[in-house]
Design a protein around this ligand. Structure first.
Ligand SMILES: *Cc1c(COP(=O)(O)O)cnc(C)c1O
Ligand code: SF4
Length: 444
């Protein structure tokens, strides 16, 4: 056994930089002085859009991440603060109108009606992937691809801040039927025991690292104690490295969290922190660097993923720089996703054709150590579909695509073709090439 105390190092900066987490919700906009310096309409528009899409920021995001000299165009401003264009003009006008008349119930009703038009549950998340144990639906879990089970611990269903593009946005807006959540550690362990095909447990949310270490440990320790030889990896999906690096540095239970990571490692399991970075700028922040290094000292790996987002990171230079900085910090680039068909996709979405160009131009600029990244990939109902490029078949321009993950494992890595369409944003916008009636995976 290694000496835990010796391996969990003391953060290198002064104690004065150990702030307490201070959330900002819609009610707190008046307490953000930087916001008061922007034109008045910016704040008004935030108030209107945030009736529909969830808003939450915190002191680290406001004071350290956002470059207020460039707000509202700054990528970290747009990532967290809604802007007018994130609602379609008719939705924005409807909400602005009802807010002027001012009845609270009317505002809520309009907000719910607009949300219902924004495809709150993409890719059949609510109904198609919920596993069953002894006839009981396990609503806090999803099991879509044989080797990986997703677990959504109840207390981890919020985040340190909310991303304006988030595809899980529906679960943050207070309508509890839209949440999946499960407290049941026992059910999780039993499910894993009866499914020897599962090698990976992915703990996700929201952000499971909003939970106290004690709570997270109650799940993870139970899984370790169950001693499941087929379970080789535990992944934790989190944005805490960007939104609240103090979670790994100076929060009262930060050291306990790192000791939990070490326990996973010592139990012979691979621990992967699936970190969400949207822009290289976060990687330059000294506290984020320090947090990365403390995590890596526990034996955990950090793999990184992000969607490609118009107005935030839609250029090859941003991605190439982000992957280079990640590799330099010892992180492993993993996925470039496409913005899902939900919420503000009309604002953030990048057409598939352009996404592939950005991916290719970025990939060309980085060494093999960064080429572990895969993409651009869409998480659709049949599976994760990668855009491999644009080709021509018998004079017809086509997209070449393949599944990286599929509901039916036999579909994986079988190239297929769709009619080229420069405006298509998602698999549903595509038609099979060569006048085929349907895609091979859509056969009745
Ligand atoms: C992406 C995803 C996974 C994990 O896929 P990997 O390619 O192994 O990272 C598992 N389940 C669901 C539902 C997913 O969308
Ligand atoms: S941290 Fe993740 S789950 Fe939370 S709002 Fe952002 S993208 Fe969504």
């Amino acid at each position: 056994m290694r000496n835990l105390r010796a391996t969990v190092s003391t953060p290198a900066f002064a104690a004065s930089s150990s702030p307490t987490y201070q959330p900002y919700t819609l009610r707190d906009l008046g307490r953000i002085p930087q916001l008061a310096r922007l034109p008045r309409h910016v704040r008004r528009e935030i108030e209107i859009v945030a009736q529909v899409l969830p808003f939450r920021a915190n002191n680290f995001v406001v004071e350290e991440l956002i470059d207020w000299r460039h707000a509202p165009d700054d990528p970290y401003f747009r990532l967290v603060f809604p802007v007018r264009e994130m609602l379609r003009p008719e939705h924005f006008a409807r909400m602005a109108g009802v807010m002027e008349r001012g009845q609270k119930e009317d505002i809520t009703a309009v907000a719910q009606a607009i949300r219902a038009e924004l495809n709150p549950h993409p890719a059949g998340q609510m109904d198609r992937n919920v596993p069953v144990l002894d006839g009981q639906s396990l609503s806090g879990m999803q099991h879509k691809y044989p080797e990986t089970v997703l677990f959504f611990p109840t207390q981890g269903q919020t985040c340190h801040a909310y991303c304006s593009f988030c595809f899980r946005w529906a679960q943050f807006v207070g309508n509890t039927d839209l949440r999946f959540a499960g407290r049941e550690t026992t059910l999780l362990v039993e499910y894993l025991q009866t499914h020897p095909e599962v090698t990976d447990l992915l703990i996700t949310g929201g952000d499971p690292l909003v939970m106290k270490t004690r709570t997270l440990a109650s799940y993870i320790d139970a899984v370790l104690q169950a001693d499941l030889p087929h379970l080789t990896s535990i992944r934790i999906g989190t944005k805490a490295l960007t939104f609240w690096p103090h979670r790994f540095l100076t929060d009262p239970d930060a050291d306990d969290l790192l000791r939990l990571f070490e326990r996973v490692n010592q139990a012979g399991k691979h621990l992967a922190i699936m970190a969400h970075f949207n822009h290289y700028r976060a990687l330059a922040h000294p506290q984020i660097q320090e947090a990365i290094s403390r995590i890596r000292n526990t034996g955990a790996e950090i793999r990184t993923q992000s969607p490609l987002l118009a107005h935030i990171n839609d250029s090859p230079e941003i991605w190439a720089e982000m992957w280079r900085e990640q590799v330099k910090a010892g992180c492993i680039p993993y996925y470039m996703f496409l913005a899902r068909d939900t919420g503000a996709q009309h604002y953030f979405g990048v057409p598939l054709a352009r996404a592939w160009e950005i991916f290719q131009a970025a990939y060309q600029q980085v060494s093999g150590l960064a080429r572990t990244v895969r993409g651009p990939s869409m998480s659709t109902t049949p599976g994760k579909v990668q855009v491999m490029g644009v080709n021509e078949i018998d004079g017809e321009p086509v997209f070449t695509l393949q599944f990286l993950q599929a509901r039916n494992p036999d579909w994986v890595l079988r190239p297929f073709f769709a009619r080229y369409d420069p405006t298509a944003l998602w698999l549903d916008d595509l038609q099979p090439a060569q006048n085929e009636e349907r895609f091979f995976f859509d056969q009745p």
